[in-house]
Design a protein around this ligand. Sequence first.
Ligand SMILES: Nc1ncnc2c1ncn2[C@@H]1O[C@H](COP(=O)(O)OP(=O)(O)OP(=O)(O)O)[C@@H](O)[C@H]1O
Ligand SMILES: [Mg+2]
Length: 365
Amino acid sequence: MSDEQFISIQNVSKHFGDVHAVDRVSIDIARGEFFSLLGPSGCGKTTLLRMLAGFEFPTAGEIFIDGQAMSTVAPNHRPVNMVFQSYAIFPHLNVSQNIGYSLRKDKLSKADFNSRVGEMLDLIKLSGYEDRASHELSGGERQRVALARALIRRPKVLLLDEPLGALDKQLREQMQLELRSLQRAVGITFVFVTHDQEEALTMSDRIAVMSKGRYLQIDTPTKLYEAPQNREVADFIGTMNFFDASVQDVGDGQASIDAGPLGKLSVSPGNLAFSSGQAALAAIRPEKISISSEKPSGGHVVEGTMDAAAYLGDRSHFYVRVPGVDKPVAVSAQNIDQTHLHGDGNQGQVWLSWSNDAVVLLNKD
Ligand SMILES: Nc1ncnc2c1ncn2[C@@H]1O[C@H](COP(=O)(O)OP(=O)(O)OP(=O)(O)O)[C@@H](O)[C@H]1O
Ligand SMILES: [Mg+2]
């Protein structure tokens, strides 16, 4: 077993009757990695996590953790622990008792118990809260106690199923950063389930984007955003403009495409294969398009009319009609200085421009 295959999911399927909840999935997760399973509701995230925990057994395939096959290992004998979406802490126990719950059989002295619990309280920044009852804690504090309780026996792997789902936006964002630094501090491998793409991008070393029991792409957050491998991933992560294009010529690391109303472009095909004459999609992120009310002098420029604008404080979103393109083109601009473009959805004439490396070329599935 190498550190790269600390968790090795090998061709695993899980069927419930006719439902293929997980369908022939193979994923290797490295020791100490923060790995996320991201995808829409029903795509199989929880089912995959529950198979790692041993609450479900695969219909086919095998899971290895730290070199050991899990097929005959019961949940309580696996080197894993799980944290759930709801704050699963015991209401009748105080913070110390909750965090130290799994130590009760170890017959530790009071001093040893307090020191083990104290370490965890330090880690989750709740020192001094030892005697608080669970109803005296906020939602975020309760979830931190649940984390400490899962971590106190130092499992090799922590499985987290939407652990921040019940928190409001501000607390959730704060907890994302705290959870990430806590994971770095303890060095335990985290497998984290979420359907929130921003959350996955913020926290993960790598993400598997899942759909219908399979994964579409496994990559770092940057690669998933900058170099999606197919339309579904490009659409699921962030916002993307898609334009029909035909591939004219494929050369060394460059492809010439004809993107109709956008004109002819020379773009990088990344690591995807294209052939001349093939129908494809040119994809461009909203923030990679510059917008101006005066025609820029150089670069690739397309003319359009403003369809709608939304002012979001730090940035504005514009929707621009370009003749020959059916959907308005989405453009996002940072509001660094005040210009007359911001906030008004007038029907004025605008120019859009971008650089060639802003364009991602995708297969038209
Ligand atoms: N015990 C079960 N019996 C039958 N079908 C199940 C069972 N558990 C899950 N499923 C089905 O398997 C599929 C995947 O479910 P799963 O809970 O893994 O999705 P998920 O990605 O975690 O979704 P969510 O984001 O809503 O939590 C769904 O179609 C679900 O209805
Ligand atoms: Mg789920």
